[in-house]
Design a protein around this ligand. Structure first.
Ligand code: PMP
Length: 292
């Protein structure tokens, strides 16, 4: 069955401070964001009604907007409160949450000085992001840090992700492995990557792509388990000698990578253990908050 289109659902969307019926949460076609990608967003998951690392996500939304040169007219506490209200208003418990901020229609042209910023928050039930994940080399590389605000969740950065993901899907793969501008391993189109060798985890230094909140959480979980974590540049050829490879992200959580082009990988005990630890942490949080 085709999924329900995202503009034709029941529920409420928080838009610029008020709840509006889901189908009425629309923007004008001459919004600056639509023409010039002046938009930033977050991807969050709630477990038991509470977003995991909510404040980190709200802070990143504000920072992403600042990196595009606009201020979100709500502080982090207000965004947190609006996020919680959106989940509650829609009667959701385990769900995905999508805050988005963009420049409005006061100007249309490269300059956007007078455009008013807008913010919306939507939430919906959502299952696993990846199943049986197989990657292929992406058709685009991540841009160099001097070509774009590479550590933000700016909508414009996802243009090459959609193109790369479509090309991967056309070849029968689940996602694309993107390299950085120097040819080192970077990430997938929506998740960070780890390689396991023995009791050591290797992951690319996140100075040229999104330093995911899940990535940082999993590094802490791995260290708590006694694994060594090495952040370094990784050449794509090195992946062939990995015992296990997995990706991390809010949507992906901890997902084993089964193949990269012709290379296959097993789902090993390190990935398994970290996936369980991440699940326990996210679920444990909701238990603690339910008790509070
Ligand atoms: N890289 C990209 C390009 C992403 O879109 C995401 C998802 N936000 C990630 C990495 C993982 O980030 P996080 O763990 O904060 O969700």
């Amino acid at each position: 069955m085709a999924p329900l289109p995202y503009d034709d659902r029941d529920g409420w969307i928080w838009l610029d401070g008020d709840f509006v019926p889901w189908r009425q949460a629309s923007v004008h076609v001459l919004s600056h964001a639509l023409h010039y990608a002046s938009s930033v967003f977050e991807g969050e998951r709630a477990y038991g009604g509470e977003v995991f690392k909510l404040t980190e996500h709200s802070e990143r939304l504000v920072k992403s907007a600042a990196s595009l040169g606009f201020d979100i007219p709500y502080d982090v506490a207000a965004i947190n409160a609006a996020t919680r209200a959106t989940i509650a208003k829609n009667g959701l418990s385990d769900c995905y949450v999508r805050p988005v901020a963009w420049r409005g229609a006061e100007m249309i042209g490269v300059s956007a000085q007078a455009c008013r910023p807008h913010v919306a928050i939507a939430a919906w039930e959502w299952g696993a992001y990846y199943s049986d994940l197989r990657l292929t080399r992406a058709i685009y590389d991540r841009p160099a840090p001097n070509t774009a605000p590479v550590q933000s969740k700016a909508a414009g950065l996802y243009m090459i992700c959609t193109l790369s993901k479509h090309a991967a899907e056309a070849k029968g793969f689940g996602d694309a492995l993107m390299l950085d501008y120097e040819g080192y391993v970077a990430e997938t189109t929506g998740a960070n990557l780890f390689m396991v060798k023995g009791d050591t985890l290797h992951t690319p230094i996140a100075d040229r792509f999104l330093d995911g909140i899940t990535r940082r959480t999993v590094i802490e979980l791995a260290q708590a388990r006694g694994y060594e974590v090495v952040e370094r540049r990784i050449r794509p050829e090195e992946l062939a000698s990995a015992d296990e490879i997995f990706v991390t992200g809010t949507a992906a959580e901890v997902t084993p990578v089964r193949a990269i082009d012709e290379l296959s990988f097993k789902i090993g005990h390190v990935t398994q253990r970290l996936s369980e630890d991440y699940a326990a942490l996210t679920r444990g949080q909701s238990r603690a908050e339910a008790a509070a």
